[in-house]
Structures are given as structure tokens and as C-alpha cells.
Design a protein around this ligand. Structure first.
Ligand code: R5P
Length: 265
């Protein structure tokens, strides 16, 4: 694939795909630049006779706009899911942001295998953070925090978040001073602007807890989010390798391979 001088995409598949299963692997952070070329590639494979086309997207974009929060807004998660479902036959991803949707089936018309990073995160904590207390920054995080806490055999606390804008987040912390002897480990699915994590780090520090370790599944880190999170007082920032980043320390490759195998079962 390359761009023509006018910015349009040129697509050519050198290997024979007629009658074959084609698997496209493309993580979908910063999706707008990636999606049109990806769909054109899928359409080309189909046109050349591929029997089925699968998409392995370790990070699945456009899951967070899952409602019309203000009049006139588009529910882009639905439109994006409809678009992708029209071009590929199946999907494998890791921890899609399922908040108001229970399941990808609510918006995707194709079979989707969802891999869960929680057991790997629990294992990482067991090996790297003695005497941890797990912290979920908001109510949505409880679904995976409780699984991680269970796997790592540590207590967990869920904070409350109010988002007022893209980078305007307020976090309130319940009474947790009795955990001062433990290292707080914040876990969230997505770190984008990092303001959720930054506010949580500040609030935890203000209650007298030690510097938290911050773990995110998907390392989006918009602009200088990573630097800002370090400056805010995170002891360490660790992510899964669903999006390549220097903080990747938890390998989800086997989860993706299992997902692909399940797509062929
Ligand atoms: C909430 O909706 C998600 O689980 C994350 O908390 C959120 O996406 C983090 O975004 P940011 O890093 O921009 O605060």
C-alpha cells in the first residue's frame, strides 16, 4: 500500500488470496488515518476471491462514544461497527471499551472474539508489586478491577469520576488512608489524555498513599500524556502491547493467537 501524490491509497496484494483465509492485523489507535486504507485492502482481498477476511485489531477504536450525550451528537461506535462489519467476516480484539454495551454483538454484525488482559495484569502485579492495593479510577473499571484483584489476591477500591471535558476530569476518593502501607496500583482499560490517571494519582497522593503504579491495557497516550503522567507522580507506567509504546511490559500476543484459533473453531 502507498499513497498516490494526491493522498489517495494505492492497494496491491502480491500473494495469491483466491480461495484463502485472509487475516488483516491492524491495531486501531489513531484510527482515522488507518481505517480507509484498511477497508480498501479488505475490499481488494474480497474482490480477488479471498474466502473470508478476518481482522485482528488489538485495540478497537470508536468504542467510547456509546450514547448520544448531547443533542445532535452521532453515536459513532455504532456507525464504525457497521462500517467494519461490512468489510470483514470476523474480528479479534483485546478488552474493547464495553461500558454501555454489554457485548460487541450489540453493534457488530460479525462474530467477534474478545480477549481479556486481566489475568496477565494480575500476574504482572503478583511478580512486580509486593503488598499492592488495586485502584479502579471510575465505576466502569470495576468489571476488570475485580477480576485482576481476584487473580492477584489483593484488595481493590473503586474511585468515582466525573468527566467534564476531554481533559477535564474530577476524581473523588473514598476513605482509604488505612491502605498507606500498600502500593496503590491504578488499572484502567484506556490511557488517552491520561487525565483520568493523573487526577487519580494526585488524589491518592493527597490522601497520603505512596506513588501509584499505573497500568493501562491500551497505551494511546495522546500528545504528551505519558510525560504528564510521569510528572504527576506515577511511580511506574505499564501497558499491554496492544498499541506499541515504550511502556509496553505485558505481552498479549498469546491472547490474540487464541482469539484467531477460536475464529477458526
Ligand atoms: C473511560 O471511559 C475509560 O475507561 C478511561 O478511563 C478513559 O478512556 C481514559 O481517558 P483519559 O486518559 O483521556 O482520561
Amino acid at each position: 500500500m502507498r499513497n498516490f501524490p494526491d493522498g489517495e491509497s494505492y492497494v496491491r496484494i502480491d500473494s495469491p488470496v483466491a480461495g484463502r483465509e485472509v487475516i488483516l492485523v491492524c491495531t486501531l489507535d489513531r484510527p482515522n488515518d488507518k481505517v480507509l486504507p484498511l477497508l480498501l485492502l479488505a475490499a481488494t482481498a474480497r474482490d480477488l476471491g479471498a474466502s473470508r477476511i478476518g481482522l485482528v485489531a488489538p485495540y478497537l477504536a470508536y468504542m467510547r462514544q456509546d450514547d448520544r450525550f448531547a443533542p445532535g451528537e452521532g453515536i459513532t461506535s455504532r456507525y464504525f461497527a457497521g462500517l467494519v462489519s461490512g468489510y470483514v467476516n470476523w474480528l479479534v480484539t483485546v478488552d474493547p471499551h464495553l461500558h454501555r454495551y454489554q457485548n460487541l454483538r450489540e453493534i457488530y454484525r460479525i462474530p467477534a472474539q474478545v480477549a481479556r488482559a486481566a489475568p496477565l495484569i494480575a500476574e504482572w502485579i503478583r511478580h512486580n508489586v509486593p503488598k499492592a492495593v488495586l485502584i479502579g479510577p471510575d465505576g466502569e473499571s470495576e468489571q476488570w478491577i475485580s477480576v485482576v484483584a481476584d487473580g492477584a489476591d489483593i484488595p481493590f477500591v473503586v474511585l468515582q469520576k466525573q468527566r467534564k471535558g476531554d481533559r477535564d476530569v474530577e476524581i473523588s476518593v473514598p476513605k482509604i488512608a488505612h491502605w498507606r502501607e500498600r502500593t496503590p496500583v491504578l488499572v484502567d482499560d484506556i490511557i488517552s489524555t491520561a487525565h483520568t490517571m493523573i487526577q487519580a494519582v494526585r488524589q491518592l497522593r493527597a490522601t497520603g498513599l505512596p506513588s501509584p503504579v499505573c497500568i493501562g491495557v491500551h497505551a494511546i497516550f495522546a500528545d504528551d500524556a505519558y510525560g504528564e503522567l510521569r510528572v504527576a507522580g506515577a511511580k511506574r507506567v505499564v501497558t499491554c502491547n496492544t498499541i506499541p509504546h515504550a511502556s509496553n511490559d505485558i505481552d498479549v500476543t498469546d491472547l490474540l493467537a487464541d482469539g484467531v484459533r477460536a475464529a477458526f473453531a
